[in-house]
Design a protein around this ligand. Structure first.
Ligand code: ADP
Length: 259
């Protein structure tokens, strides 16, 4: 079984509120379809659907005032809306997707997933379905609510279900020596060991999130899965054919995270 995480930077235009990248979504659906049937779970991010509302109502840091209550629901509903676009596109392409809302069965404690039962998801995969989950606004036992990232969810699914691989589809070719969007000379790192990942996490934690972007968080979440024996591949899902080829086990420009 494998997990395909589609980043918010791929399926939406991050700078434009509630704007899907319809072309990318349609293409990715057909790439997964033509790669052929497989045991697969898809997790997608929030991009310009979940993030602006989560930020406006400060959902990730938990409950502080009553007006956040509707904000929590609005954030979830925005994700439901994006999820419908994704699932519809995959169904049109002939991929037997089923939508599963993370907030309906996952709680966190201080932002980390606690005990969770993935049996239904596992069964759906056994029966030939492709479950589609997403980053979501969830209940949190310490904070009342928070944001569960698609990255944390993908890593936890992979670890608990013994997946062989997580493919993170993002808008860059993988992990670079520096943020490739800011530093022209940044070079792609083809492989990182768990030890190297831990080094990056240590350095990254000392820097501001503006510098590290989303990549550091992805490496942090992936580390637990890699530790458990899951191979993690970071690829550019905005480049046509890359997700298809990665699913088929063909060589693509990427970063491998391996134990
Ligand atoms: P998504 O929302 O699609 O899951 P993010 O936007 O959170 O992905 O993370 C990917 C982004 O991380 C890239 O677009 C890039 O700008 C940024 N980034 C920061 N540092 C690096 C790095 N060293 N290598 C690759 N990407 C980086």
């Amino acid at each position: 079984m494998e997990i395909l995480k589609l980043g918010g930077s791929v399926i939406t235009y991050k700078e434009k509120p509630r704007t899907p990248n319809t072309e990318a979504i349609t293409r990715l659906a057909s790439e997964v379809a033509t790669a052929g049937p497989r045991r697969l779970i898809i997790v997608h991010g929030g991009g310009s659907y979940g993030h602006p509302l989560a930020q406006e109502y400060s959902i990730s840091t938990g409950y502080k005032s009553p007006n956040q209550m509707t904000g929590f629901s609005l954030t979830h509903q925005a994700m439901v809306e994006l999820n419908k676009l994704i699932v519809d596109a995959f169904l049109d392409a002939g991929v037997p997707t089923v939508s599963i809302a993370p907030s309906s069965f996952i709680t966190t404690e201080d932002r980390r997933i606690t005990t969770v039962d993935f049996a239904l998801i596992s069964r759906a995969v056994e029966f030939g379905f492709v479950p589609v989950l997403y980053g979501d606004a969830v209940l949190d036992t310490a904070l009342r609510f928070t944001i569960l990232s698609g990255d944390q969810l993908a890593a936890r699914l992979a670890t608990d279900l013994g997946a062989s691989r997580i493919i993170f589809g993002v808008d860059v070719d993988g992990v670079f020596t520096a943020n490739p969007k800011l530093v022209k000379e940044a070079r792609l790192i083809e492989e990182l060991s768990l030890g190297q990942m831990k080094g990056i996490i240590k350095i990254g934690e000392a820097l501001s999130t503006d510098v590290t972007g989303g990549m550091l968080g992805k490496i942090m979440e992936a580390a637990a899965a890699v530790q458990a024996g899951v191979e993690v591949q970071l690829v550019n899902a905005l480049k046509p054919g890359v997700i298809h080829d990665a699913l088929r086990g063909e060589k693509v420009a990427c970063t491998w995270l391996r134990r």
